[in-house]
Design a protein. Sequence first.
Length: 279
Amino acid sequence: MRFWKMNGAGNDFIILNNIEEKLDHNLFPAIARTLCHRHLSIGADGFMVVEAPQQGGDYRMLFYNSDGSVGEMCGNGARCICRYGYENGLAGEEQTVETASGVVTGKRIDQRNYRIRLTDPTVIRLDYPVEAAGKPWPCSYIELGDPGLPHAVVPYPGLKDKTMDELRTLGRSLRWHPAFPKGANVNFCDVTGPDQVVELTYERGVEDFTYACGTGTGSMVLALTLKGLVSGEDVVVTVPGGTLRVTVDLEGTTVKSLWLTGPTNIVCTGEIRDEELTL
């Protein structure tokens, strides 16, 4: 099996082209669990599969978390797969990618930077307080796409001075909180200046902090924009893996579109020879 290993702002993925490989879909959860293990195989936050389109797009993207669970969509993954699609002749500089939660529009900015239109928000609850670790947290709750990808947006003053280790217990508690029936990606954030935000994300399916979460970043900026804390125009978000930019197009309080821009990196390409895989 041929593969690409890529990352988008530190959010890393293994990509397989199943138009060529023609593997049974039932194998993908086990493949994801095996290949994404950081000590025993290639290692990644997620596993993405390119399939033939079903709804008129350029191609279809299947996404699996590192634990083998199905992900509705992944923002940084979509940016990476857009670069994969362009460089492998599956699409042009502008492309449409079918995902489980809807169609994503992608655009090549330059060799390494790609911009995508995230799936539209289907649930927006700006004031959604949750109690965890013995205190209330003024969360917002956002779902993107249909079925919705769930995000808890958690303001955390002084976040830039906190480490993942210091927040891991709280992140895990909020990720599994009964207030979020689907679970949630937990996006801690702090506005540090005009349209400048710091973010840390505890991701479901990875069950730990990741270096970036594109849909989480988009959801977080959307919540802050609707609360009047940022402008929504080219908001700069600093994550452990680099910098992402988000633009929220509003008509009054109605969200017209949500855009995520950032870097991609081709880490390596090659052949999977993992002897633990059973195909």
